[in-house]
Design a protein around this ligand. Structure first.
Ligand code: DQA
Length: 136
């Protein structure tokens, strides 16, 4: 199975920013753990701070499932929502933090409705739980 993990804006700062929320591990370290967990699968990791680049990545994706942490784009990017709706590959929305226990603006996701499901609040394991969902 080929899984594509996409991280959006500011996720490259994981391990540096708001460590109490997102932990102390870098995105590279987290990705290495994810790849080890899915050692029998093919994993691709992509991160961008640019909304349009994430749309292009979604449009060109060739894989069995996409795990998407869009970061703050989650809360307002109709462009990413439309890109998800435009493709046939299922997308699972992921958040490391429990967005529903945080600020009000994080309670709204404009992408959830076009995703297969949503996983939030399990730190780096949110990515692994989302990836496992494609095997059910
Ligand atoms: C996040 C939650 C978002 O609200 C925030 O803007 C992020 C990270 C998470 O993984 O918990 O950048 O998607």
């Amino acid at each position: 199975m080929k899984l594509l993990f996409i991280n959006g804006v500011n996720l490259n700062m994981t391990g540096i920013r708001e460590k109490g929320v997102y932990g102390v591990q870098t995105l590279e370290e987290i990705n290495a753990e994810i790849a080890a967990h899915f050692k029998d699968d093919e994993c691709e990791f992509y991160q961008s701070n640019c909304e349009g680049d994430i749309c292009t990545k979604l449009q060109n994706a060739k894989c069995d499932g996409i795990i998407l942490n869009a970061g703050a784009f989650t809360h307002y990017s109709y462009a990413i929502r439309d890109a998800i709706a435009a493709i046939q590959i299922p997308v699972v929305e992921v958040h490391m933090s429990n967005v529903h226990s945080r600020e009000e603006f994080r309670h709204t996701s404009v992408i959830s409705a076009v995703c297969r499901g949503v996983i939030a609040g399990f730190g780096k394991n949110s990515y692994i739980l989302a990836g496992e969902s494609f095997k059910l």
